[in-house]
Design a protein around this ligand. Structure first.
Ligand code: WQD
Length: 340
């Protein structure tokens, strides 16, 4: 029988890509989103890719009654919780907004999972929990560092909520996926990242500069202790990342977990500097980008990349797309948005 996966935040960047991969892998998906940080572009894109409508519930996960009703209405085999605020800088200015939304929504998911006698819960975590790592690449055993923003705090706290609930409530099982830097778009160019206002993240800033919406990309610092002086990250293709969720959900619903709470890094294991990324974007898309060197951005870590071997071995998942393919997809999406 088909299994049903509830995807909170399913109209967002990661949630929409995960929905497509889940449905294509044979799952029934229920999307829930309060649309606070997006419009219906990605939901419509998902329906176009799949050739049909999916159940969509507009609701806020901070409303505990609504979450319980949702679990009562659908027989949920697994829930993937994406619904959260994600702007690091804003979380420093408005910590209460972040604590209330990101923590309460996840507590409501856990409450519902417990009340229905158990559920498989996949939490959308982040490499931000590692802070500035002492050793590279980072494994799941690398220590978490004190978070440098309320956003990062909420990721650490939610991981702990999940660990403790799995320990306490029979039938509740959990996986936390720690994403490195998700980038790119679906090869159809029908879904992708839709930042509101000025993008904080590198790739949307690059594509918006290339299309002419921004004048110039600022590269934040070229005096870091790396080969070319710019920071290094592990950029993971959004479709590869989405596939990791399918592997994790399948491991849970098929009862193949080795422990009731598991953590996996989702990255490529391949460090790429800001300049390398910019050069790759120019080369693969055959254009020149207007950029300048600017001062360092406060709070940036010098370098971080994953050791993804645990996910490779246990989930049977591996990042497949090259950074060039991913940057071509990101550019196709930007052009799609601009109607070009
Ligand atoms: C990547 C690199 C910048 C913009 C953040 C969050 C993390 C997460 C993903 C979110 C850095 C440089 C950037 C620009 C630049 N999770 N850069 N010019 O900071 O690694 O991670 O996003 O939901 O929690 O912290 O990603 O894309 O912002 O930056 O030079 O205009 O690009 O300095 O080295 P980051 P990013």
């Amino acid at each position: 029988m088909k299994k049903t996966v509830l995807v909170s935040g399913g109209a967002g960047f990661i949630g929409s890509h995960v929905t497509v991969e889940l449905v294509q892998a044979g799952y029934d998906v229920v999307i829930a989103d309060n649309m606070s940080n997006c419009d219906d572009t990605n939901y419509r894109g998902v329906c176009s890719i799949l050739g049909r409508e999916l159940p969509f519930i507009k609701m806020d996960f901070c409303d505990g009654d609504a979450v319980n009703e949702l679990f009562a209405k659908y027989r949920i085999d697994a829930v993937i919780h994406f619904a959260a605020f994600k702007a690091v800088g804003e979380s420093v200015d408005e910590p209460l907004k972040y604590y209330r939304n990101n923590l309460l929504s996840f507590l409501n998911v856990l409450e519902a999972a417990r009340s229905q006698g158990g559920c498989n819960v996949l939490f959308s975590s982040s490499a931000t929990v590692y802070g500035e790592p002492e050793e590279l690449p980072v494994t799941e055993k690398s220590p978490r560092q004190p978070a440098t923003s309320p956003y990062g705090d909420t990721k650490q706290m939610c991981e702990d909520f999940l660990r403790d609930c799995v320990r306490a409530y029979p039938g509740v099982k959990g996986i936390a996926l720690r994403y490195f830097n998700p980038i790119g778009a679906h090869p159809s160019a029908l879904i992708g990242e839709l930042p509101r206002g000025v993008p904080n993240n590198l790739v949307p800033f690059i594509t918006q500069t290339a299309i002419g919406r921004r004048e110039c990309l600022s590269i934040f610092g070229n005096d870091y202790p790396t080969e070319d002086g710019t920071c290094k990250r592990d950029y993971i293709d959004i479709v590869d990342l989405a596939k990791a969720h399918v592997c994790a959900v399948t491991r849970m619903v098929e009862g193949r977990m080795k422990e009731d709470y598991e953590i996996f890094n989702v990255g490529t294991g391949r460090p790429v500097s800001v300049l390398e990324l910019v050069n790759a974007f120019e080369k693969v898309n055959g254009l020149k980008l207007n950029y300048k060197i600017a001062p360092r951005r406060p709070g940036d870590v010098v370098a971080i990349w994953a050791d993804p071997s645990l996910a490779n071995e246990e989930l049977g998942w591996k990042a497949e797309r090259s950074v060039e393919e991913t940057l071509a997809a990101a550019w196709a999406w930007e052009k799609h948005l601009a109607g070009k």
